[in-house]
Design a protein around this ligand. Structure first.
Ligand code: Z15
Length: 820
């Protein structure tokens, strides 16, 4: 046909009729075409960076076409669509994931090798899109991947932070934060749509008037910010679909600055410009904790208002009405950060589309659903009324009306029970409470693990659950195991494929086919050999980054997650020091060699968390340089934990540390990633550990510590941490205050022993210490018997299928979003 047609045009043509244009791709030809178009060169004379960009652009164009065709088909069939609203998407790297999902990995690897390029080196250029803090953001990305793989039309909405999660460096034993300019390279994945920019209004005041017998309300005297959408295409494994993550970027509207410029107010105009654009500048680095800052509220409203406007616009274009919104659109609120969806959808329906209150409320309730991710009181969002009203006057007046009607209703349900009514109110004590706003409106509310949902039902949300029990349900979290197992552990994946066939690539439950091999010595030996290889890979990284040599034959005991007191990294490091003392006391004793590996970012202002990092670093200096313990004990703190680092650490884990105080970790998802890679959990019965235990049974997990109800009972009785201190534990605490660690950690010890900071040992670290040490002794004993440990590992892999995000997304689709 047309010889001059380039690959981009060819992809477009193919996609018209074929949902899988990738199947007709010729890698070399495609790369050469893109290189010619973008850089005016070909593979033979391109630099590695040019090849990287050309490869990304080729993949992006392929996904653009898939998305266009998929979108058209969904429109034709009038399929219901879901919009996932989240302040965070922890995407990680995209290139390898996309090639893998499109089934193009091997072909491109070969084509590049033929041209003298190593695809692994090209992957290494791809930066992490760190648009999230931790579990919540990563969950959102896992769900985008899963939904796309299952052909669900799902669009993610978030913010195009110029700076995502900070880059962590340890300087003199203290965490320092540095900006991570991911867009420098990561912008290849983004496609701006300037023409679809949306106006978002801040400040001013509410004006009400009569217009031909109609009561009208509007916000006047506001300042505008333009939200510009940037598309990032999301691929799904072996699927017809490609979905979009839409990231909003704040920009000053043209009209605004022109006026100031023409007044000659040049500097002020540019200053204003900078002010507006700070809204999407940086991700707030606090996980599971709120600060109540004005800029954060503006970020949330930018996301919510821009997204809802664009959803409504698209919906109206398709259906010429808004009344069928709940039948055709599901909007999901990921934690309370986008809870402004409730009043903003009301505002748009009432002020801009002329609905009355009752009909608008009905549409709003049936369209919105909400996931809660935490029961920690410091993470439950509440906004100061004055700040809220100042920034969002009209949204505030709608919240007041929601609250007025809610209270009226509650007075009928719970007459004179003012305690309860106050607890359930949307506005009370000079604050707007975002969780109650979601509970009052959303037709479905879910927790993220069985235990967590029980705590919502019977604890913090029990009053709402009493009036609308049918709204509450559990959806246990899941992970995109094709990234976390198949891509990050190719050795294990290839081995499983030849042993049990490739069904598990489509259906994670097929991993159970491994179970019949649990007593097969050859298989157990093979699994151990693979684990050993992955440990060697991590050991090399550790030597390179930390200058510490660790023994791949030692137990790799791994705790990787955000640094938070409730997650109890402190318990882990105190136990390491306890082991250290035991070895010192008996240097020739029989000790199972161990390597304890930590990685964690602390929120920038969270001093106590930073002190714990310092303690880990100080302990590692002391221990790693002590010849007495040299081949028995090592401690490593790896800097700058992020998705791409996790992908290297996780396949090398023997033991997965999930040791939060019971009742506080809503689910955990790292626990699932480690499990599916064959790590055995040492943990409390908290979050999804409960369900991991259900899957593997007592024999294949190391449980310890108080159960959630026992924690509650101990608080009731009165907790006195000093009662739990044995002489050995006291000696460990003395190490922290004596200076042997190169510095004194008096603050940390104080926080465990005295009430000076509120409650002594608020996370009951000391109460669980003895049983933790016991469980760790069990670990060492079991590991002596390599076969037995390998069997535990095998059973963990085999039973991890239920924690696939495919299962989780299917539950959301069926029980919350009502997708077809
Ligand atoms: C976050 O990462 C989580 C909860 C939050 O409320 C915030 Cl603000 C951030 C985590 C939970 O701590 C974790 O247990 C859970 O697995 C994860 O969300 C995903 O649900």
């Amino acid at each position: 046909m047309n010889k001059k047609q380039n690959s981009k045009q060819k992809i477009q043509k193919l996609a018209e009729n074929d949902a899988r244009p990738e199947r007709a791709i010729q890698p070399t030809e495609l790369l050469n075409d893109t290189l010619r178009r973008i850089f005016g060169c070909e593979l033979a004379d391109a630099t590695q960076k040019q090849v990287y960009r050309a490869l990304c652009i080729s993949v992006r164009e392929l996904l653009t076409e898939k998305n266009r065709v998929f979108g058209n088909r969904c429109t034709e069939k009038e399929r219901k669509e879901v919009y996932y609203m989240s302040m965070e998407f922890l995407v990680g790297t995209s290139l390898r994931n996309n090639l893998f999902n499109l089934g193009l990995e091997a072909e491109f690897r070969k084509a590049l090798a033929d041209a003298g390029f190593d695809i692994d080196e090209i992957y290494a250029i791809d930066p992490d899109a760190g648009l999230g803090n931790g579990g919540l953001g990563r969950l959102a990305s896992c769900y985008m991947d899963a939904a796309t793989g299952m052909d669900y039309p799902m669009t993610g909405f978030s913010i195009r932070y110029e700076f995502g999660i900070f880059k962590q460096k340890i300087v003199d034993g203290w965490q320092m934060e540095f900006p991570d300019n991911w867009l420098e390279m990561g912008d290849v994945w983004l496609q701006a749509r300037e023409d679809d920019a949306v106006e978002v209004k801040f400040g001013g005041e509410v004006r009400e008037w009569m217009d031909n017998d109609r009561f009208k309300v509007a916000q006047v005297g506001y300042s505008s910010v333009m939200a510009v959408p940037y598309d990032m295409y999301i691929s799904g494994y072996d699927s017809d679909a490609a979905n979009r993550l839409v990231l909003w970027s704040a920009k000053l509207p043209q009209s605004f600055d022109m006026a100031a410029f023409s007044r000659g107010d040049y500097v002020r105009a540019l200053e204003r410009n900078a002010m507006a654009e700070t809204i999407s500048k940086v991700l707030y680095p606090a996980d599971d904790h709120i600060q109540g800052k004005r800029l954060r509220l503006k970020q949330q409203y930018l996301l919510v208002s821009a997204s809802l406007q664009s959803i409504l616009k698209k919906h109206y274009k398709k259906y010429r009405t808004y009344t069928n919104l709940p039948e055709k659109v599901a909007i999901h609120i990921n934690d309370t950060h986008p809870a402004l969806c409730v009043p903003e959808l009301m505002r748009l329906l009432i002020d801009e589309h002329d609905f009355g209150w009752d009909e608008a409320w009905d549409i709003t309730c049936r369209t919105l659903s909400y996931t809660n991710h935490t029961v920690m009181s410091e993470a439950l969002e509440r906004w100061n009324v004055d700040l809220f009203r100042e920034q969002l006057p009209r949204v505030y007046s709608i919240c007041q009306e929601i609250n007025r009607r809610l209270i009226e209703h509650l007075c009928a349900v719970y007459p004179n029970d003012w305690g309860k009514i106050n607890y359930m109110a949307v506005i009370a004590n000079n604050e707007v409470r975002m969780a109650n706003l979601c509970l009052a409106a959303c037709h479905k509310v879910n927790g993220v693990s069985k235990l967590h949902t029980d705590i919502l039902r019977n604890g913090i949300f029990r009053d709402y659950c009493q009036i609308t029990p049918e709204r509450f349900l559990n959806v246990t979290n899941g992970i995109a195991y094709r990234r976390w197992l198949c891509q990050s552990d190719p050795l294990l994946t290839d081995y499983l494929k030849q042993l049990i066939g490739g069904d598990f690539l489509r259906d994670a439950r097929a991993l159970e086919k491994l179970l019949p091999y649990q007593n097969d010595e050859k298989v157990l030996a093979d699994l151990m050999a693979i684990k050993r290889k992955n440990k060697e890979r991590l050991a090399a990284l550790i030597e390179n980054q930390n200058g510490v040599r660790v023994d791949p034959d030692s137990i790799f005991d791994i705790q990787i997650k955000r640094l938070h007191e409730y997650k109890r990294q402190l318990l882990n490091i105190l136990h390491v020091l306890y082991l250290y003392r035991q070895i010192k006391a008996n240097p020739h004793g029989d000790f199972m060699p161990r390597t304890f590996i930590f990685a964690a970012k602390a929120s920038a202002g969270y001093i106590r968390a930073k002190q714990i990092i310092s303690l880990i670093v100080a302990a590692s200096k002391l221990i790693n340089n002590d010849p007495d313990v040299n081949d028995k004990l090592k401690v490593v703190f790896l800097e700058d934990y992020k998705v791409s680092l996790a992908e290297i650490i996780i396949p090398a884990a023997d033991i997965s540390e999930q040791i939060s105080i019971a009742g506080k970790e809503a689910s955990g998802t790292g626990n699932m990633k480690l499990m599916i890679n064959g790590a055995v959990t040492i943990g409390t019965l908290d979050g999804a550990n409960v369900e991991i235990h259900e899957q593997v049974g007592d024999e294949n997990i190391f449980l310890f510590g108080m159960k959630a109800h026992e924690v509650e009972e101990l608080w009731q009785r009165g907790y006195h941490p000093t009662e739990f201190i044995t002489p050995e534990l006291q000696a460990v605490l003395d190490m922290l205050t004596s200076g042997v660690l190169g510095q004194r950690f008096d603050d940390l010890v104080d926080s465990l022993l005295t009430n000076r900071f509120g409650t002594a040992d608020p996370y009951m670290t000391l109460a669980d210490f003895q049983d933790y040490a016991r469980a760790q002794r069990d670990v060492a004993a079991v590991y002596q018997d390599k076969q037995r440990f390998a069997r535990m590992s095998l059973i963990n892999i085999a039973k991890a299928g239920i924690f696939s995000s495919d299962r989780a997304v299917k539950e959301y689709a069926d029980e919350i979003w009502n997708l077809d």
